[in-house]
Write a protein that binds this ligand. Sequence first.
Ligand SMILES: C[S@@+](CC[C@H](N)C(=O)[O-])C[C@H]1O[C@@H](n2cnc3c(N)ncnc32)[C@H](O)[C@@H]1O
Length: 286
Amino acid sequence: MAPDRPFTSGAIDSGSAFWESYIASRPSPPESFFRLIDTYHHDHGSQRTSVAHDVGTGPGNIARRLLPYFDYVVGSDLNGDALAVAKQLTQAEQMKRMAFIKSPAEELLAAPSPEIARPGDTDLVLVSECIPLLDAPKALEVFEKMLRPGGTLAIYFYGRPIFLGDNAAECNGLWARLADCAVQCFHPIKGTPSYSSYHRSAITLHSWLDNIELPKQSWKQVERIKWNPEWPLCFCGPAGYDFELEVVDRTQDGESKRIFDHDFWTREMSAQQVSGYLSSVFARLS
Ligand SMILES: C[S@@+](CC[C@H](N)C(=O)[O-])C[C@H]1O[C@@H](n2cnc3c(N)ncnc32)[C@H](O)[C@@H]1O
């Protein structure tokens, strides 16, 4: 049996109901967030907007959001079921400007891709809610070769919900306890074949992605923006893991910026959506 991997194994064979609930309960970034990426691309890059590639696309929820900004959008994922759902959820008109391909991110250079999106021809590589699941150094080498000169790599990750307003402390504490218990269901992790991917993912989140080095010879004008960094990026706390967590920092001077804005991505959530969010994070338990 293949080792369990955080999120990835649980989401394989989970069917369309899982992905529909995933889309309904997960945050949907506001348009201003995509404009931020678009502005970065126009201000720093070649300004060409022919091809975007959404790595770890899952049900294509984010790939479709790129259509207003790029002529053609490719979504890739190692999960064939998720890609089948992505195709189902994409309208025929949208599909004329899209392709979904099955491949691990780390092997994308060898994957059959549409003529328009050959290696070296991609203007934006987007990695949404996926980087902790990847072998980042390997994947970054691939992304560099996929991009055309002046292309943009955008990586982002959101973590647990942060409850505001009345009962905020109680709700935040409740989420933390539920999330810790949910991960503890996967114990033991340490000493099993799953350990390396759980460890990698936990360290990446605990470090706010700062463990991921973006070597200067490959990546220019690196910006790392952390919104509301007084909160952890992990879905659960240290009690969720049966191994030690450490913060690993491979950032370079001048890359990081912190923004405190509790209205960023704010939305009302029903109890059902919070429950769906929790189930979508700990996919194997749902
Ligand atoms: C949490 S989902 C993110 C889906 C979507 N990008 C979003 O932002 O909502 C993570 C996705 O990454 C995919 N994934 C995990 N490991 C991967 C890998 N090595 N290569 C490509 N995709 C991977 C999973 O199959 C899953 O569909």
